[in-house]
Design a protein around this ligand. Structure first.
Ligand code: NDP
Length: 284
């Protein structure tokens, strides 16, 4: 079903990204895994090959714009097609941190990396159509509202990182809907998803009590194998061929939050992201 399809997956060294990479490779895809640690990335590559799959790897710290640009250039040098782009790498940070570019870490890693990598690979995706872009969001977006006056969370970094995380995941949905509109008629689809609450490495970087709470909650969570199902479905199922601009949960399109359908916010976020990532040097 996925024979010879090229699938690029970020955050493939752990959690649901690792399982999706493994399963899609078993279906015959040529999987390109992106990780920031050479050792972990190589270990997953070998695991996929041991399972009889085809995997290549690229290294990038996705919180840094320069590394995303290098990653896109390396991908383009090695591959002449891209059938599925799976933006998955993401995290929550208990305390506000800034990236090499001076951006707030959650916003940069969870949103700007999806935005920039996608835009830098759009022409390859269009040339490979039908092609799919899949953005891993979260139901944590449901309680969030964008605050365009404080996108970098300088004024407030509330709820131990959960506010910044929820907004970044709302940004994933806003980005997906605007992207789908811009891609209409190209044969490239764009969808977002919630993987469920999954026992992965997610949240395990939180300090003290939060880490322990996360450990306890993980006893009631999905396994990474279960949590990867909607990623695998959206990447491979013929049922979603041509479907675009949707938010999926458990392999079904569902309504996302009212705030995510705000077209003005979708456009505003796109314009600001273009400017912040240097794709559009002047405007805004
Ligand atoms: P994990 O922490 O297990 O995996 C996250 C992946 O992202 C890892 O491969 C990690 O690499 C990578 N990553 C983190 N920071 C960077 C960086 N700076 N540069 C490159 N790669 C990086 O979490 P999950 O598998 O749970 O998370 C995957 C996605 O699912 C995220 O977008 C998350 O928001 C979303 N999600 C998860 C939920 C859950 O319950 N787990 C619920 C809803 C959404 P490394 O191995 O080097 O740390």
């Amino acid at each position: 079903m996925m024979n010879n399809k090229v699938v690029l997956i970020t955050g493939a060294t752990n959690g649901i990204g690792r399982v999706a990479a493994l399963e899609l490779a078993k279906m015959g895809a040529r999987v390109v895994i992106v990780g920031r640690s050479r050792e972990k990335t190589e270990a997953v590559r070998q695991e996929i090959q041991a399972a009889g799959g085809s995997a290549d790897s690229l290294l990038a710290d996705l919180s840094a714009l320069d590394e995303i640009r290098r990653l896109a250039a390396e991908f383009r040098a090695r591959y002449d097609r891209l059938d599925v782009l799976l933006n998955n790498a993401g995290a929550i940070f208990a305390r506000r941190q800034t990236t090499a570019d001076g951006f707030e870490m959650t916003f940069a890693l969870n949103h700007l990396s999806y935005f920039l990598l996608t835009n830098l690979l759009l022409d390859v995706l269009k040339a490979s159509a039908p092609a799919r872009i899949i953005n891993v969001s979260s139901d944590a977006h449901r309680s969030a509202q964008m605050n365009f006056d404080d996108l970098q969370h300088e004024k407030s970094y509330g709820m131990g990182g959960f506010q910044a995380y929820g907004r970044s995941k709302l940004a994933n949905v806003l980005f997906t809907y605007e992207l789908a509109r811009r891609l209409a008629g190209t044969g490239v689809t764009a969808n977002a998803l919630h993987p469920g609450f999954v026992a992965t490495g997610f949240g395990r970087n939180m300090p003290g009590l939060m880490n322990r709470v996360m450990g306890i909650m993980h006893r009631f969570a999905l396994t990474p194998e279960q949590g990867a199902q909607t990623l695998i479905y959206l990447a491979s199922s013929p049922e979603v061929e041509g479907m675009t601009g949707k938010y999926f949960d458990k392999n079904r399109p569902v309504r996302s939050s009212p705030a995510s359908y705000d077209e003005a916010a979708q456009k505003r976020l796109w314009d600001i992201s273009e400017w912040l990532t240097g794709l559009q040097p002047a405007s805004v």
